[in-house]
Design a binder for this molecule. Structure first.
Ligand code: ADP
Ligand code: MG
Length: 645
């Protein structure tokens, strides 16, 4: 007789230790040859299932040697054991152990997925097997739409799809009525006739009668081994083992499909999990668009101010006090600056507030005393009338130039304002003109709500102050602006003897505004990222729940040949799919929010970078937070997983 297919030598399997030690197998020695039909019988608790787990490479002996085709199983690592299960053994369980969420034919295909068969091959094989077992019209039925006998036949088909040499059946008839039971035993006999090695585990002597050889276990030991080794020689090319696992690509494709399937099976829960990620991603997209939008708006307004301006403020650099309260800049300073080369106009300014009155009509607004160069420096034209002249300034004439807002508040008809008198601080001022409209400033201030008077007049009659709030310098040649800035600084230093003023240009102001805006964007971005993080923790939570709920499924997959990496990648891909779906939905919703806000006049800058960033973060979130659950799933012990409810 040739060498045995399966050989056990003093195999022991103990559970626990010390007082609670259970000797489930206590030195089992036996050989099984290819083509045998063996029944292993014994009372409940005699060690049958433990033996079957060891035979099927789901478990390892505590002691002793187990060889398959001469190969010592102790020398195989976890993946090689998975390979052994995939190629050599087909399992049939008492409780069928079908996956509830997939159809009969998809259940049958599972071992073939791990063996690397293509989708078409798998499907064809599964359908052929099921048809041969009389389930041709039940291919797309879910397990709960099938009777017990039908479910067990699906399990038989699953055990056969990889052309397993050995069928391991643990109490396969235990849950079946006598009719279905007979049918199944007939099926096993047929398989034996066709050359397969059958190992049938049962506590029922009647069932065992169908086998050619009966081995009886008691308290983990073989107490009898009766019967001939009626060996059916298999056809020469019956069992061809591919030896290769699934290719990485088809593995990923399969995992993605499985991920979608199991996500669909728990639609409501999936939606809730997605929600966290969706909100996170949408928040990132919308927040960054808002931040960038407001930044762009502010920058645009600053740029419209003109790049030809220099600003002088009273007070040493770093002084926090309001400019108006510091008395260092004088009209004479402005005159001196006006004499510098490249200076088009150096416009002194003093602000105050007063009540304007026409008849019984009162209106409070800010009054600004400026020089005649103001329209040049501000690049501002007139709507009606004209600006006051240098002569008006020199002679401290009582004239006023209004913006459209203030004029509109004082006069029924803005164009009639020119030439009329208004009372300002009790003195009459003639309206010289109305400025063209400008709208809101970068600070949101209405630049048409102004009243301009000659600075000299203002100092004498309105402000009670002879110092300036600021001087604005407009240069002729923008290229030489820094040169002019240096000269102006030197001039003021010489005049004051100390640096009791600050000189800034538009670019430096722009820079500091940009900094503020950037930190604003960062703030918004981090708030949004936190919500993404929270979403990620939600994903992890659900994936962990999913792993515990599907422990048996994981056990079934392992028994049918899935390697740890297969299980790991399945769960990782599942959480990646959650991350990816959440990312896509989040980006779309984020864009939607941006569109709505934009339509309502909010400054929004939608760019692809934050969207891509948020989507990537969602995927990374799925990956990172899926890692722990996936590891947990992959490291489950097949026997324990199978035994779980
Ligand atoms: P059978 O299938 O013949 O009914 P088992 O092989 O399932 O018996 O169990 C044999 C003995 O080993 C029993 O006493 C059982 O309680 C014990 N046993 C099985 N699995 C475990 C385990 N994982 N931990 C502890 N004891 C176990
Ligand atoms: Mg058992």
């Amino acid at each position: 007789m040739d060498s045995p297919l399966i050989s056990l030598e003093r195999v022991k399997r103990y559970f626990g230790s010390g007082d609670t030690e259970v000797r489930a197998l206590d030195g089992v020695t036996l050989d099984i040859h290819t083509g045998e039909f063996v029944a292993i019988i014994g009372q409940s608790g005699s060690g049958k299932s433990t033996l079957m787990n060891i035979l099927g490479c789901l478990d390892r002996p505590t002691d002793g040697t187990y060889r398959v085709r001469g190969q010592d199983v102790a020398d195989l690592d976890a993946d090689e054991l998975a390979g052994m299960r995939r190629e050599t053994f087909g399992f049939i369980f008492q409780r069928y152990n079908l996956l509830a969420s997939v159809s009969a034919s998809e259940n049958v295909e599972i071992p073939a997925v791990y063996a690397g068969l293509s989708h078409a091959e798998r499907q064809e094989k599964a359908d052929t097997l099921l048809s041969r077992l009389g389930l041709g019209d039940r291919l797309d039925h879910k397990p709960n739409q099938l009777s017990g006998g039908q479910q067990q036949r699906v399990a038989v088909a699953r055990a056969l799809i990889n052309d397993a040499e050995v069928i391991l059946a643990d109490e396969p008839t235990g849950a079946l009525d006598s009719g279905s039971s007979d049918e199944l035993l007939g099926l096993l006999e047929e398989l034996h006739e066709a050359g397969r090695t059958i190992i049938l585990i049962t506590h029922d002597p009647k069932v065992a009668e169908r086998a050619k050889r009966v081995i009886e276990l008691k308290d983990g030991r073989v107490v009898s081994d009766i019967g001939s080794a009626d060996i059916v020689t298999p056809a020469a090319d019956s069992y061809r083992h591919t030896g290769k696992g699934p290719s990485p690509v088809s593995q990923v494709v399969e995992s993605v499909k499985m991920a979608f399937r199991s996500l669909r099976a728990n639609l409501f829960r999936t939606a809730l999990t997605l929600l966290g990620v969706v909100i996170g991603v949408a928040a990132v997209v919308a927040m960054l668009a808002i931040g960038q939008g407001s930044q762009r708006q502010v920058m645009a307004r600053f740029e419209s101010m003109g790049s030809n301006l220099l600003f002088v403020r009273p007070g040493a650099p770093g002084t926090r006090m309001r400019g108006d309260a510091i008395a260092t800049l004088t009209l004479a300073d402005a005159d001196a600056l006006n004499e510098l080369d490249n200076v088009r106009a150096a416009v002194p300014s003093r602000t105050g507030s007063a009540t304007l009155r026409v008849g019984n009509n009162d209106y409070s607004t800010s009054i600004e005393g400026v020089s005649a160069g103001w329209p040049i420096a501000q690049n501002r034209g007139m709507l009606y009338g004209s600006f006051f002249t240098e002569e008006d300034v020199d002679r401290r004439i009582g004239v006023v130039v209004l913006g459209t807002t203030s004029a509109g508040n004082l006069f029924d008809n803005v164009q009639d304002a020119v030439g009329q008198y208004i009372f300002l601080g009790g003195a009459p001022f003639e309206v010289a003109g109305v400025l063209e409209e400008k709208g809101a400033s970068s600070w949101g201030q209405d630049q048409d709500d102004v009243a301009l008077v000659p600075i000299t007049t203002g100092m004498m009659r309105l402000f009670g102050q002879n110092y300036l709030s600021s001087i604005t310098i407009a240069v002729d040649d923008t290229d030489r602006i820094s040169e002019t800035e240096t000269e102006a600084t030197a001039l003021l230093l010489a005049r004051h003897g100390t640096e009791d003023f600050q000189l800034r240009n538009t670019a430096s102001i722009l820079e500091s505004v940009q900094q503020t805006q950037n930190s604003f964007s960062i703030l918004l971005g981090s708030v949004a990222s936190i919500s993404l993080l929270v979403g990620g923790i939600g994903v992890m939570n659900i994936m962990l729940v999913s792993v515990s709920e599907r422990t048996r499924e994981i056990g079934v997959r392992m028994a049918t040949g899935a390697r740890r990496s297969d299980i790991m990648s399945q769960f990782l891909i599942e959480s990646l799919v959650v991350g990816g779906l959440g990312g896509v939905a989040g980006v779309l919703i984020g864009f939607g929010v941006c569109f709505l806000l934009g339509a309502n006049g909010m400054p929004i800058a939608v760019t692809l970078t934050p969207a891509a960033l948020a989507f990537t973060s969602a995927m990374v979130t799925g990956l990172v937070f899926g890692l722990l659950p996936a590891r947990k799933a992959a490291h489950l012990d097949p026997v324990t997983a199978l035994a779980s409810e």
